[in-house]
Design a protein around this ligand. Structure first.
Ligand SMILES: [Cu+2]
Length: 285
């Protein structure tokens, strides 16, 4: 119980000190206990998302405090004792215009950076690496196209509890085969669902993209920070939805080249399948 209160006090302090910031133990690539705010951003899009989120929390806070102040003023000034003869005023043109125009201005003020961020997310840069992501019940598959040194496809399954512990990785986030990408490269993801709708989402990398059967969705990210970034399927997709983790490992370009060479030997080749895949994609488009 004491521990709970200590934590609550800490949480309250964090609230006061850094609203919406990642000040209190925000995980890099994974959530952490009693984390406040979002996971530490490591891509330009995630950075921008963070900034907008923080700005919105401040706007919400100021509006809430303003309304609270009004409520308190009304309770104090206009109760029966303090104000025995109430005013009969029912309309005030100036006030009514103000409380219509000011919220509109606030919303427009929010919409402008919001649409700018949306454009930043949606407009794909020239890809350095393309990875095709397939959502399956209940695991992910990754395909690396042959024309970029890949030409293989593999499944990424969640680790059992004991295996995750052995690998010193968090259960329900750890996988057997991680998706590997180079740092400082524009990675474009082509996301598609093989059975039902899934959603490919990694908070630290700043993307969430639905994997829809029969539709090719695209998103992108770029990070200069090596590391292991976890995410989870973020669209209810059935019984094992809770255990459909995503693990993206960002490594230096040299290590990436080495991994590619290894992976080509280890995983199933797609070059024989290439014609089949092209045909499938043609029907998708
Ligand atoms: Cu799913």
């Amino acid at each position: 119980m004491t521990r709970f209160w200590n934590r609550s006090a800490l949480a309250a302090a964090a609230l006061v000190l850094g609203f919406g910031s990642s000040a209190l133990a925000a995980g890099v690539g994974q959530p952490s206990p009693w984390q406040f705010g979002l996971q530490t951003p490591v891509t330009p899009v995630a950075d921008a998302t963070h900034d907008l989120h923080t700005a919105l929390v401040w706007i919400i806070t100021l509006i809430s405090l303003f309304v609270l102040g009004l409520l308190i003023a009304i309770v104090v000034k206009f109760n029966e004792k303090a104000n025995p003869v109430p005013s009969r005023t029912t309309h005030h043109t100036g006030l009514e215009i103000a409380w219509t125009i000011i919220p509109v201005l606030i919303l427009v003020g929010i919409a402008i950076p919001s649409f700018r961020l949306l454009k930043f997310q949606v407009e794909l840069p020239k890809p350095d690496v393309t990875v095709k992501v397939y959502g399956n019940q209940w695991y992910w598959s990754y395909e690396y196209p042959a024309d970029q040194g890949g030409g293989f496809k593999f499944d990424s399954n969640p680790l059992e509890k004991a295996d995750a512990a052995k690998a010193n990785q968090p259960y329900l986030l750890a996988v057997d085969n991680e998706m590997v990408v180079p740092t400082n490269a524009n990675v474009v993801l082509q996301v598609v669902g093989n059975d039902v709708i899934h959603s490919f989402s990694v908070p630290s990398l700043g993307f969430r993209m639905d994997a829809v059967p029969g539709r090719l969705n695209q998103t992108w990210f770029k990070t200069d920070r090596e590391g292991l970034y976890y995410g989870q399927c973020s669209r209810l997709c059935g019984q094992n939805h809770y255990n459909m983790p995503i693990a993206v490992r960002a490594v230096s370009p040299d290590k990436y080249a080495a991994w590619l060479a290894d992976a080509k030997k280890k995983f199933a080749s797609t070059t024989d399948e290439k014609v089949k895949v092209a045909a499938a994609l043609a029907t998708v488009e």
